[in-house]
Ligand binder design. Structure first.
Ligand SMILES: [Zn+2]
Length: 370
């Protein structure tokens, strides 16, 4: 993997880059739709390609439980399994496991947990997390980290961050045992809301020399301004020549704010999950399609949107599909919301190239829409 820094915005910390992976090139800043169970719900791979999706995120936890990473490996790896020939990033499964508060047992070595599907007992530690992702064959793998709930005391956050560093080192060493692999491994900066812990985490991860760095443990309930502040604090400790990935964030406005603070990559379930619930993004804020006021509305979701849904269907029709619980409702709503996110990052990239990203940032804040 190679990361090229193409240009930087002169007035913000926004960066325009290009990430070369084994399955193709990704233009950054980039948004990665989430394909939890080796599918972006309601979308075919062709539809995703048509939307311009460059990279997907898949969840190791879900694939470990069903159908099993060894099964995926035996049938040719995740790309072939799901019919997606572009890059894939997998998480370590840690975030999901740590969310199962009543079903898990954490030790210094790893975490034992029970499947939410059938109660089967599993064990995850740094080496196993890398092995699972190696078997899946993702282009970008994530280290296993200790995912802390919010709020946490400084003491708890310190202990959790230090355990994450030990696990990061173990993941790194295990990954290095396969020097010929094209799969790369990203480190994850932790440390909750505490600047001293975030700094220590970032500096010690950078010393381990990962191909890329993520900022984890955000968008877990902390106020937005605090989230932006932490991203801003972490940024100077991350090497300029490596990609930075903000995990699990966020709204279109969050993307713009984080890009202004030096972030290159994003993933979030928001556009796809909200789509299935009839929550649709527009330049002027979101609309809830089931509202009675759209019953006879002949207009598109968003007048300014160029997606196939906005060019073809009315709000009245989309409301009807949603009320009738039709499968096409999820399909069309997902197409629009994903297009909206991908269009947002396309515009972000254009404005950075023009060295006018600050104008885009000001306009996003003026609309205050998301
Ligand atoms: Zn649209």
């Amino acid at each position: 993997m190679k990361f090229e820094l193409i240009t930087k915005d002169p007035k913000t910390r926004a960066r325009r880059g290009r990430l070369h992976t084994a399955h193709g090139v990704i233009e950054t800043p980039i948004f990665m739709p989430v394909g939890t169970q080796a599918t972006v719900k309601s979308m075919t791979p062709d539809q995703l390609r048509e939307l311009g999706v460059e990279i997907l995120l898949c969840n190791s936890y879900h694939l470990l439980l069903r159908p099993g990473h060894e099964t995926v490996k035996r049938v040719g790896g995740l790309h072939r399994f799901m019919g997606w020939n572009r890059p894939i990033l997998t998480d370590s499964g840690g975030f999901q496991v740590f969310s199962l508060t009543s079903l898990r047992e954490i030790s210094e070595d790893g975490v034992r947990f029970q499947s939410h599907l059938d109660g089967t007992s599993y064990y995850l530690n740094p080496e196993i997390a890398v092995d699972i992702q190696m078997a899946l064959g993702s282009d970008i793998m994530m280290i296993l980290d200790d995912c802390l709930a919010y709020p946490a005391s400084h003491f708890e956050a310190d202990r959790s961050m230090k355990r994450s560093l030990v696990w990061a080192e173990r993941c790194h060493q295990h990954w290095k045992k396969n020097p010929e692999t094209s799969q790369v491994l990203f480190g994850i900066v932790q440390g909750s809301i505490y600047p001293d812990l975030r700094r220590e985490s970032a500096e010690r991860l950078v010393a381990m020399d990962f191909p890329g760095y993520a900022i984890g443990g955000l968008a877990v309930g902390e106020p937005k301004p605090l989230m932006y502040e932490i991203i801003e604090q972490v940024d100077p400790y991350l090497p300029e020549e490596k990609p930075r990935y903000l995990m699990g964030v966020g709204t279109p406005a969050d993307l713009v704010e984080a890009v202004a603070r030096g972030v290159d990559m994003f993933d979030c379930v928001m556009p796809t999950r909200h789509a299935r619930n009839g929550w649709l993004f527009t330049r002027e804020g979101h609309i809830v399609i089931k509202n009675a006021k759209y019953k006879e509305d002949p207009g598109p979701i968003d007048e300014t949107c160029g997606c196939i849904v906005c060019r073809t269907f009315s709000r009245a029709y989309l409301r009807h599909l949603f009320m009738a619980n039709e499968i096409l409702s999820s399909v069309l709503n997902t197409i629009h919301n994903l297009y909206f996110y991908l269009d947002t990052v396309r515009r972000i990239r254009q404005f950075i190239e023009l060295h006018r990203f600050d104008e885009f940032l000001v306009e996003t804040r003026r609309l205050g829409a998301h």
